[in-house]
Design a protein around this ligand. Structure first.
Ligand SMILES: [Zn+2]
Length: 460
């Protein structure tokens, strides 16, 4: 009976615009077009960047695993106030900051196992198209030229506030009245900003300047995915105003925009616990360097994507320990020579969980349940029972991008000795010595992790 129910299951996702879980139906059968707002490249990626990248990487992989062809577009904002401010502070070229930070971004994404997007458009490559869109909005009388730029009039869009789940009246009441009188209304937002001295600029019919952030994603998503593309995603903080303002421009220019809006929850690090001196991560690079990067994926999978996620040494250590159990099982299965088709009912149960608004916590519980059952069967010498369960567990890992390490390469005794020496140094609060040993091990090609059981070393 369960199998019959499962056959009728289709992917359901929470849609921010409708405020509820709804069936997901792609624009074109068999294909999914997704746009996820990427980073503004002005500094190292933070933990929140890691989370949204992992959440949408899991969705992309899952959709692909179910047989859909996914066109995944995620942009690089390579011109923005934050980039210009840092360039001015450091006396560097803005483009140098953007390029270097982008390289760091891709390295971090690679480290956490996030696949490159199908396309990664850059804002600076789309300025001409942005100017065209702005000209069209002015011609339609929904945007106006002010003394410091061009602004959009949200009141032109009847259901503005949809993604904020607020009416335009309450948004207007809540908006601060700004001192400078550049705008007709406090909720109007900039499409084009006239150049200030020392800033990069592009020509436009209204004067030299640069585009506002909200315009780039409209132009790039519609150019690469077309009208009515399937999914527009990003962190919860982007729903309003960024995504609302993207949507408003698209609608006001007479185009249909995203059919489905997805937003992932925040990363929390427990207030004052944020500082590195207290043992938590300062950013994604710090996490990638000091823990098994796969732990972040498992941590993300263990929480539902719409809930807040606590990312601390405690939670990543716990995920690392869980990964060691999975790795140990992968080794055991390899050594036992288990080979089988995956247990169909377990794979179906995985699909049911994922189709329920990506219930990854249920999928992870299923995964560990399978590993437990397969281990029990192996303990009893029953490989025939263990094999399909193991295959189902590995299939689930594959579908969500969790790479297991079945290699089990031996760590030489002298390296283990250095790891113990590091624990001794830490116990003696000799942080300099502990850091020096960590650097020494890292340079020698070992991945060094701090866990509740002390320093753990694995081949990098
Ligand atoms: Zn965007």
């Amino acid at each position: 009976m369960w199998g019959q129910v499962a056959l009728s299951v289709v992917l359901h996702l929470f849609d921010t615009a409708q405020g509820k879980v709804v069936p997901f139906e792609p624009r074109e059968p068999g294909k999914v077009s997704m746009y996820v707002c990427g980073p503004t490249v002005y500094g190292p990626p933070h933990l929140g960047h890691g989370r949204f990248s992992l959440v949408f990487d899991v969705l992309r992989r899952y959709l692909t695993w179910t047989g859909l062809e996914v066109n995944y577009v995620s942009n690089i904002t390579d011109i923005d106030d934050k980039i210009i401010n840092r360039a001015n502070d450091e006396g560097r070229e803005w483009s140098d900051i953007a390029q270097k930070c982008e390289q760091v971004w891709w390295k971090a994404m690679e480290a956490i196992g996030v696949d490159r997007p199908t396309s990664d458009p850059h804002a600076t490559a789309y300025v001409d198209q942005m100017v065209e869109l702005i000209a069209d909005l002015i011609a339609r009388d929904v945007a106006y030229v002010s003394d410091d730029g061009v602004y959009f009039t949200p009141t032109a869009v009847a259901d503005y506030g949809l993604l904020a789940r607020q009416s335009i009246e309450s948004l207007q009441a809540g908006a601060r009245v700004e001192v400078a009188d550049h705008k007709h209304s406090p909720i109007d937002f900039a499409l084009w900003k006239f150049t200030k001295p020392g800033e990069p600029s592009w020509p436009s019919p209204w004067g030299e300047g640069r585009p506002g952030w909200h315009t780039e994603c409209v132009v790039m998503s519609l150019d690469l995915l077309g009208e009515g593309f399937d999914i527009h995603g990003g962190g919860q903080d982007l729903a309003f105003p960024h995504h609302e303002n993207e949507r408003a421009q698209a609608l006001a220019s007479g185009r249909t925009f995203a059919r489905h809006w997805m937003h992932n929850g925040f990363v929390e690090v427990g207030g004052e616990k944020m500082s590195k001196s207290l043992g938590n991560f300062t950013n994604l690079l710090d996490l990638v360097e000091s823990t098994d990067p796969r732990a972040y994926r498992l941590l993300v999978l263990r929480s539902h994507y719409r809930t807040p996620l606590e990312v601390t040494r405690v939670t990543t250590d716990d995920a690392s320990a869980a990964l060691r159990r999975l790795d140990a099982f992968a080794r055991r299965a390899a050594n036992a020579g288990l080979a089988s088709e995956p247990d169909a009912a377990s794979v179906e149960a995985f699909r049911v969980a994922m189709d329920n608004d990506l219930d990854t916590p249920a999928a992870v519980a299923l995964l560990f349940g399978l590993v437990g059952q397969a281990n029990t069967a192996l303990d009893a010498g029953n490989s025939a029972t263990a094999a399909p369960l193991a295959a189902a567990a590995f299939e689930i890992c594959r579908a969500v991008g969790l790479v297991l390490n079945a290699g089990g390469e031996e760590v030489p005794a002298e390296i283990l000795d250095r790891a113990r020496a590091r624990d001794d140094a830490r116990a003696a609060k000799d942080w300099a010595a502990a850091d020096a040993i960590r650097d020494e091990l890292t340079e020698a090609g070992w991945l060094v992790e701090d866990t509740a059981d002390g320093t753990q070393v694995r081949p990098a």
